[in-house]
Each structure stands twice: as C-alpha cells, then as structure tokens.
Design a protein around this ligand. Structure first.
Ligand SMILES: Nc1ncnc2c1ncn2[C@@H]1O[C@H](COP(=O)(O)OP(=O)(O)OP(=O)(O)O)[C@@H](O)[C@H]1O
Ligand SMILES: [Mg+2]
Length: 583
C-alpha cells in the first residue's frame, strides 16, 4: 500500500458514496488534481477494493444542490468487471463483479496500463481492428471465437465505413480461422478488389443454382415473382415435382446406384418430396403436367395446367433466370459442385463474393433465400463440419421487420440461421444502415455489435434495447462518432469500447466496380459516357421487361410439352429499377 494521501495519487477522483445493484455513486473531489483526464460520461474508473480493483464506466455526472461528504459533484458509475491478481501474482481482468465496492472506497481514473490489460488479446484467435479512440496507443482486439459463438452486426449511416470495417474483419478473421468459409452477399459489387486472391467471385455470368435445388416454396416464389401462387397450380406442382425427380432417378445412367430400376418404370411413390434436393428435368415435369391435363374432363382445371406450363416455360426462357438453368441437367447430380462453388468448400480461398448487383432485382430475393437455406442445411447434414459465415450487406432488405416487405422465405431462412445456426457452425454477419428495419428476432440473436455513426432515433432505440445498460449509455455517443469509429459491444470484446478502425490501404477499401474502373480508364468524353449509359440501360431494360402475359387465353391451345408453349410476351409497364438496397 502507498503512503501517499489519496488525493495526491494519479487520477484521484473521490470516494464511493453509495452502491446499488451494479451501480456506484462517487463523490468527486473538488477541485480535481490537474493533469488528468476529466471524469466525463464514457470514461473508465477504477475503484480499489480489498482484493480486487473494480472497473466501471461513468454513465452520468450531476451537480447537487447540497454537499455530501464534502462533495457536490456526483458521478454514477456502471460496474463492469474487475482486475484481480492471479495466484502467480499477475494482474488479470474479468468481466462481472464478484467483490462489490464499499462506501468510502477510493476511486480514480483508470490508468493506461490497466486499459491495456483489459483490452489485451487473450485468445490466440483474437484480431486487432484498430485502436481505442480514447488512447491511440492501445490496440482494439476482438476475439473471433466469441464473435462466432453467435452472430455479429455492423450498423451505421451511409458512408461511415461499414463496408471497410467488414472487409477488415473478414480478411483478418479468415486468417486466424482458416477453417471458416465466408459467403459475402455483395450488394454493390464493391468487395472484389478488397480481398484480392483470397476470394472467389461469382456473378450473373457464372453463378449456378440449378432449379431443382430450389425447395417447393422457393420454386413457387420464382414462378410467381414472390406473389401468392394460384392454389390449383401449386397443387399440381406439389404432386408432379416428386414424380419428375423419381423419373430422373429411374434412368440408370443418371443414377448408377439404382440400376435395378426399370428405365420406364417410374415409381409414383418414390419417397421424394417437392423439397428433396434431387435433380429432375423440366422437360419431364412439363410432360407430366401435359399428361395429367390430357386426362381431365374439367375445362377450368385444364386452364390451370396450361397456365402453369406457360409459366415454367417463360421462366426457362427468361435470360434473367439463366443461372437456374445453366447446365442444370448436364453432368447429372451437380449438388456437390454447387455447394463447392458457393461456399468455396474445396478451395484454398476462404471467401466467396457473390456480386448480387449483377443479378436482376427480381431474382435476388430467391437467390439469397436459397443460399441461406443451403448454408443451414449443409451445416445441419454435415454436423457443422465446416463453419460458414454468411455476410449480408443491406441485411434489412432480406430480413425486414415489416412482414409485408421483402421476401418471407428469405427472412425465414435467415431467422433460422440466427436462432439455430450456431449449433451447426453457421453464423451471420449483418450489415445495415437501418437496424430498426431489421427483423427483431435476428437482431436479438447477435452477440457482438459494431455501431458506427447513426442519427436516426428509432435505430438507436432499437440497439439500446438489444444491449446491456452500460453499453446503452455509451450508445449516446453514436450520433457524434467520427468516420471509421464505432462503439464495439458484446461478447467479442472484453468491455464495451469506442474504437477507431485502422485505415485500410487504398486497394483494400471496398469500392464499387464502376467507380474503380472509372479511375483506371482513360478519361472519357461526356458524350461517350451518356451514349454508353444509354446502351447499357436499354440492354438491361430489354432483358428485365420480358413478362409472361398473365391474362388467361380463351381456349387452351393443344401443346406439345417438348415444343415449348407459344408464349405471349409483352414489355413490362414498370420501369426496371437497379436495386439500391432499399425498398
Ligand atoms: N477503415 C477505413 N480505411 C480507409 N478508408 C475508409 C475506412 N473506412 C471508411 N473509409 C472511407 O470512407 C468511404 C466510405 O466507407 P464505406 O464504403 O466503408 O462506408 P459504408 O458505411 O459501407 O457506406 P454505405 O452505407 O454507402 O455502404 C470509403 O470509400 C473510404 O474512402
Ligand atoms: Mg457499404
């Protein structure tokens, strides 16, 4: 023990006046010794007890009308953890308080060496993201194992540095966790350069998600553009998709293990359901629908069959859906290849970037839904052998709090990962400007948050409700955070912290491909820019606006299933909208 009088010690603040629950009140000495940090909200204090030093954060400072114990200014402090001596004599920080502060205990500002101790990397799989804002000499470590024990979120207004933070987190996380596979849903096609050789990139030109991998609900979502399916048509599909799957399996060269099955002998009850991820041929499905239609007496039912066939053929011939039909039936059962492609399972590159902006708006929801479901189902059926992180930019888009917005199956798939994914090693990294618009169940399952500058009250209120009280106090700083700054909260950090992300080298900053290209190219004339824009615009409009004529025809024309129905296509009235991440 030192012989110095208390108020001469470095950082001296005063003494504990009251303790209630996990909160203490400290009477601040007046005047405070000069040359120390001021006791303002968000600063850490140390309260010296008999065995340990209790660490707390100032949540409120008040000037009282009357003096108590010689002090008029009182600081309220949330008690967060304690520094204790190990049996070997080393100091160690622990979250939570076992020995509470007592009245009269001396309090002081937490010193730099103690801050370093608290925020030191304690796990070999910790990564440093930057430094503490209050002391640039102290690195801000996060523990990736803790971050991946559940899910994490990066939130903040536009342009504050979310994508840059995500690029830094994912790059470092995959270095210390080489077993992890990351699928990044890149909404603005901006991450390709950030990871260089460490990422496989998939876009409209090479994505392969065969239609037969879609479960029943997803198939309906594609066929009906996310609107409710016509019940009679859905019934036909529910009955015939399993038959088409059985028919595919019954051909010996497609499924050599089933050689005993006679080529044309298609078991009607194969055990397949419309959800089984087994290949079938669209041609077979169309043939089966046609065959079923031929047996009908009822004309209106024949119309349903006819409409359904038209619908299937329209999707098959729509260039926007090419990724569902590209080599879908070549090479037989390609499910392993598809999983390898989207999750880079067999690759030495740990990341896969899916350039969603290269896909048309209408199909993005279905693609996200299928991928989220595949991630979960693969993890489930492989007993979590390969941990997967699904990083969703603009997460509020797929998992909206508004039940009427977005795409219900995608929300359900993400919710399932949020609730049960950790058991099988599937995790979410959610990135959004609008946390209040994100499904509350999903937010409540996140255990680590990086909250960047944000001014919207609803967003701040939502986060306050999702985190501890001490962290909620620090969220008061959120509107005034600087660029690249975040409040880090939760399991991944030893204590809630205001951190400044390291500045990334230029090539590692996510930036949209068009922006990056523009800088590298020769300067273009403005007239040329306009001409090129119109050309791309028209091209996109042409492929975007082929729509199946919905109006039923008076007479169902006889239709050969192999010839493809005579389609009536019209230009859509709705102008194509490049998706901007909001709806
Ligand atoms: N860690 C960083 N290192 C270097 N530059 C950064 C960093 N964070 C942000 N920036 C700068 O800020 C810009 C915007 O950052 P970023 O794209 O990450 O923001 P965002 O929050 O993802 O924006 P949006 O909401 O529009 O997606 C970057 O282009 C870069 O210039
Ligand atoms: Mg961004």
């Amino acid at each position: 023990m030192s012989n110095q009088p208390d108020d001469a010690r470095e950082g001296w603040l005063g003494r504990v006046l009251a303790v209630e629950g996990s909160e203490a009140r400290i009477g601040l000495a007046s005047p405070l010794p000069s040359g120390q940090g001021r006791p303002t909200v968000g600063k850490f204090v140390a309260i010296s007890g008999q065995e340990t030093t209790v660490v707390g954060m100032i949540s409120d400072v008040t000037l009282r009308a009357e003096e108590i114990d010689g002090s008029r200014t009182v600081a309220r402090v949330d008690l967060l953890g304690e520094i204790e001596r190990t049996p070997a004599g080393n100091a160690r920080f622990r979250r939570g308080v076992r020995e509470y502060a007592a009245i009269g205990d001396p309090a002081r500002m937490l010193g730099s060496s103690e801050l370093t101790l608290i925020y030191a990397a304690t796990s070999p799989r910790a990564i440093t993201l930057g430094h503490l804002s209050q002391d640039p000499s102290i690195p801000a470590y996060v523990d990736t194992d803790q971050m991946l024990a559940k899910h994490f979120a990066v939130v903040g207004s536009t342009g504050v540095g979310k994508s840059s933070a995500v690029a830094a987190i994912l790059a470092k996380m995959t270095e210390v966790r080489p077993d992890l596979r990351v699928l990044l849903l890149d909404v603005h096609n901006e991450y390709r350069a950030a990871f260089g050789e460490r990422a496989n990139v998939i876009g409209a030109e090479n994505l392969r998600l065969p239609f037969w991998l879609f479960n029943f609900e997803e198939t309906l979502a594609v066929l009906y553009g996310g609107k409710p399916a016509a019940p009679e048509e859905a019934e036909i599909l529910a009955e015939l998709i399993p038959v088409a799957k059985a028919k595919y399996q019954a051909v010996p060269e497609r499924a050599p293990e089933r050689v005993s099955v006679e080529r044309r002998q298609v078991p009607r009850h194969s055990g397949f359901t419309a959800d089984t991820p087994a290949p079938y041929q669209l041609q077979d499905l169309l043939g089966l629908i046609h065959e079923r239609m031929g047996k009908l007496e009822n004309r209106s039912s024949a119309m349903s069959h006819h409409r359904l066939m038209n619908r299937i053929d329209a999707i098959r011939n729509d260039p926007r859906y090419e990724f569902m039909f590209r080599q879908a039936n070549l090479g037989g059962d390609t499910m392993a290849e598809v999983l390898n492609q989207v999750f880079s399972i067999d690759s030495d590159r740990p990341l896969t970037i899916l350039k969603l902006a290269s896909l048309p708006d209408e199909v993005i929801d279905a693609v996200v839904c299928v991928l989220a479901r595949l991630a979960f189902d693969f993890a489930l059926w492989s007993d979590g052998a390969i941990p997967i992180l699904l990083a969703c930019e603009e997460a509020h888009r797929y998992a909206s709090a508004d039940r009427l917005a977005g795409f219900a199956p995608a929300r359900r798939a993400l919710k399932r990962i949020a609730r049960e994914g950790r058991k099988y090693g599937v995790h979410l990294c959610l990135v959004t400007q609008r946390p209040a618009e994100l499904d509350p169940t999903i937010i409540s399952q996140c255990s680590t948050f990086f909250v960047m500058r944000m001014t919207n009250d609803a967003d701040q209120a939502l986060l306050r409700s999702a985190v501890s009280e001490a962290a909620a106090n620090l969220l008061g700083f959120v509107p005034s955070l600087g660029a690249q700054e975040a409040i880090g909260i939760g399991e991944g950090l030893p204590l809630v912290a205001r951190i400044t992300f390291s500045t990334l080298p230029r090539e590692a900053i996510p930036q949209s491909e068009s922006g990056a290209r523009g800088e590298a190219e020769r300067p273009r004339e403005r007239g040329e820019i306009v001409r090129a824009a119109i050309e791309r615009w028209r091209r996109a409009t042409t492929s975007h606006s082929l729509r199946l004529e919905e109006a039923p025809r008076p007479e169902p024309a006889p239709l050969a299933p192999t010839a493809g129905p005579a389609l009536s296509l019209r230009r859509s009235d709705a102008a194509p909208r490049p998706w901007n991440g909001t709806r």
